[in-house]
Design a protein around this ligand. Structure first.
Ligand SMILES: [Zn+2]
Length: 489
């Protein structure tokens, strides 16, 4: 493989590239899904190939091949250079890359139990056990569960001398169930450990053991059924405490996307729009309260957004995004970093497979812990709501005005967690909302969540990113807004 990649880089330089990198990627994936007591799908897929990215006449070119021969990679390299030359004819300013020390090294996957060694029958049986427990516990119409394991190998070389081999193994799992009222007037879903993809991490089968899904199956089934007759979340303004997986998605949408520097500079808008965090705000804009400290950290063990080197050969690193509420940093690339006065990339370029160019993607975007326990936070909240597990999200193209829905909410009265509420929503404006954050829980309650389905680019690329988040409290938040009320205003 090393020979093939070295040849691709050399061929690009021979064809006239001023810079070239080549990346071999091999991706394997196995997924089991069960639904209502039966296997719904068993899927296994694999893909491998080489992508060649070049600069010629100051413009980018990219081409890829799944044929792993010297002739095929030479052809891809030549095509990438021709595409760069054609692109140069419309480019006003030549691309310049910030320097990076050419790295070399081998970085193996980190896990305790190889999830690919767990027999398929055992994976199916675990999900069917959960299904049975949900079916016995409550009257739920739809029961689902999934387990997914992936293995990626990458080898990167650049014309500057980088030679980097990296491997990653990921394991993901989740269960959920949906209850429907007898007259069909109400539908309620509960999931574990979170919605939209359960929990996924760069870990092995030990993650599935720790999640212990069977011991949570009964509870989510009972809660889904109970939600059918629970009171609806009232429309009011109150204090809210967000559970960590919900806050993870809040962070993803209202901080992770608007700090992607390509969105900020207007060169990317697909799926998540542009950004209100314009470069003039760097270092001077109050993003949140003094309780709010946010970092982007590609070095967290097990994180879906962790790596040794990004797809430009830049080391994985930690960047302060918000310090005591002030906006301090972006996710950048070698090309974009100078636009914000930086002399090096923050190391956030990743591609979805061998045949896609790297884009600026989230690493692990984390809310730093403070010193509260969740129990203290609830007991020191006079009136409020505890909102758990995302069901829906909506946010405008600049990432300012948002509305989120959660699977369940609990009323807080005089410091006690009270009745369950259904169809909870909350709405706000990004800096006002983070500005209302007055308490953040401690490292004991901090949890690293994996988001395996972040979409960006045309053609669409799916990134696997992480968010380490403790629960936190926000004052005077508007809750219980329904779509009809919004439309009526
Ligand atoms: Zn996303």
């Amino acid at each position: 493989m090393e020979e093939l990649i070295a040849r691709a880089v050399a061929a690009a330089l021979e064809a006239g590239a001023s810079y070239a990198d080549a990346r071999f990627t091999s991706h394997e994936d196995e997924e089991v899904r069960v639904k209502n007591g039966a296997v719904e799908s068993l899927r296994s897929s694999s893909a491998q190939g080489v992508g060649v990215r070049v600069l010629a006449e100051g413009a980018w070119g990219f081409a890829a091949t799944s044929t792993l021969t010297l002739a095929a990679v030479e052809e891809a390299a030549g095509l990438a250079v021709r595409i760069a030359r054609a692109s140069a004819s419309t480019q006003k300013t030549p691309v310049a890359l910030t320097p990076v020390e050419p790295a070399s090294g081998r970085f193996p996957a980190v896990f305790t139990e190889n999830p690919f060694d767990v027999p398929l029958a055992e994976r199916v049986e675990l999900l069917l056990d959960c299904d049975k427990l949900m079916a016995e516990a409550a009257n739920v119409a739809l029961r689902e569960g999934f387990l997914e394991v992936t293995h990626e190998k990458k080898y990167f070389e650049s014309s500057e001398g980088a030679q980097i081999y990296q491997e990653g193994v990921e394991t993901g799992a989740g269960i959920e169930c949906t209850a429907v009222a007898p007259d069909g007037s109400e539908t309620q879903t509960r999931s574990y450990p979170s919605s939209h993809g359960g929990q996924t991490a760069q870990r092995g089968w030990e993650l599935v053991r720790e999640l212990d899904m069977p011991s949570h199956a009964e509870q989510i089934a009972c809660e889904a059924e109970a939600l059918l007759t629970a009171p609806a979340c009232p429309a009011t303004v109150t204090d809210v405490i967000l559970e960590s997986s919900q806050l993870a998605l809040q962070l993803h949408e209202s901080c992770g996307h608007p700090i992607e520097l390509d969105r900020v500079l207007g060169t990317e808008a697909s799926f998540a729009g542009t950004s209100f965090l314009t470069p003039d705000k760097l270092g001077s804009f109050r993003y949140g309260s003094e309780q709010v400290n946010i970092n982007a950290d590609a070095t967290l063990p097990g994180g879906l957004g962790s790596f040794a080197y990004d797809d430009e050969g830049v080391p994985g690193q930690r960047t302060q995004i918000v310090r005591e509420g002030m906006f301090t940093g972006y996710l950048s690339s070698r090309e974009t970093a100078p636009a914000i006065g930086q002399t090096s990339s923050s190391g956030a370029m990743r591609a979805d497979g061998y045949n896609r160019i790297p884009l600026i993607r989230m690493t692990n975007i984390n809310l730093e812990p403070s010193d509260w326990t969740l129990d203290e936070l609830i007991s020191e909240t006079k009136r409020g709501m505890y909102l758990c597990t995302n069901t829906s999200w909506s946010i405008d193209d600049k990432r300012l005005n948002f509305q989120f829905g959660t699977e369940v909410a609990y009323r807080i009265e005089d410091g006690d967690l009270g009745e369950m509420l259904r169809n909870a929503t909350y709405t706000g404006n990004t800096p006002d909302f983070w500005g209302s954050c007055d308490a953040v829980c401690s490292a004991d309650e901090w949890q690293l969540w994996g988001v395996p389905n972040c979409g960006k680019g045309e053609p669409m690329q799916t990134a696997r990113v992480g968010h380490g988040v403790p629960p936190a409290r926000f004052r005077d938040v508007r809750v219980g807004v329904t779509q009809e009320e919004e439309d009526g205003e």
